[in-house]
Design a protein around this ligand. Structure first.
Ligand SMILES: [Zn+2]
Length: 211
């Protein structure tokens, strides 16, 4: 069993790369954000607890996230391995994860070398307010201006996709994640990949690390 941990600030293309890895190698992508959303949507006891916390502006505690992750890993469908997207976020989570042993573990940090490229990507992003589909006014505009290709809903820029907020989100991510990045560096498991390239370039660099 192989474990791949993907790190990267907002706009680094982490979700896209995780999907590509899943297709290319057959590893399952596990996003703790998705796990949390599924629990909340299903209104399970854990889901309701998380909902209460987030409504108070707080995050789900580490133990809760770990429990969700353990449940997911126990499903028995992870033949070759799995990719973690959005986890671990804290040093405590990383240490706990290390106790769940695997044959090999690789941490890949999609590093934003050229921040302007990523800021440009995010500030030109358009989101469907009905189904959440994402477009880009420069590289992938909707076929009909302002309307979603998938559901016909209104497509607009999200309020937090402006330059100032985007730069702040990138910096917050860097500050919060640095201790976790350093942890994998100390273990000799960290590989840095420049996230400023095209999707294909970044994907090729990741394959280079894994092969
Ligand atoms: Zn839509």
């Amino acid at each position: 069993m192989k474990r791949i941990i993907l790190f990267g600030a907002p706009g680094c293309g982490k979700g896209t790369q995780a999907d590509a890895l899943e297709q290319q190698y057959g590893y399952k992508k596990i996003s703790t954000g998705d796990l949390v959303r599924a629990e909340v949507a299903a209104q399970t006891p854990i889901g309701l607890e998380i909902k209460t916390l987030t409504e108070m502006g707080r995050l789900a505690p580490d133990e809760t996230i770990l429990k969700l992750l353990k449940n997911r890993l126990a499903q028995g469908d992870l033949l070759n391995g799995y990719i973690l997207d959005g986890f671990p976020r804290t040093l405590a989570q990383a240490e706990e994860l290390s106790r769940m042993t695997v044959d090999t573990e690789t941490a890949i940090y999609l590093k934003i070398v050229n921040e302007d490229v990523v800021v440009g990507r995010l500030t030109s992003r358009l989101t469907c307010s009905q189904c959440g589909a994402i477009f880009n006014s420069v590289s992938n505009p909707p076929r009909k201006a302002g309307l979603c290709d998938l559901c016909g809903g209104p497509v607009r820029q999200r309020a937090d996709d402006n330059e100032e907020t985007v730069r702040r989100r990138i910096n917050v991510y860097r500050e919060q994640t640095q201790p976790v990045i350093d942890y994998y560096k100390r273990l000799g498991k960290l590989h840095e990949v420049d996230a400023s390239g095209t999707i294909e370039e970044v994907s090729a660099a990741i394959s280079g690390v894994l092969n």
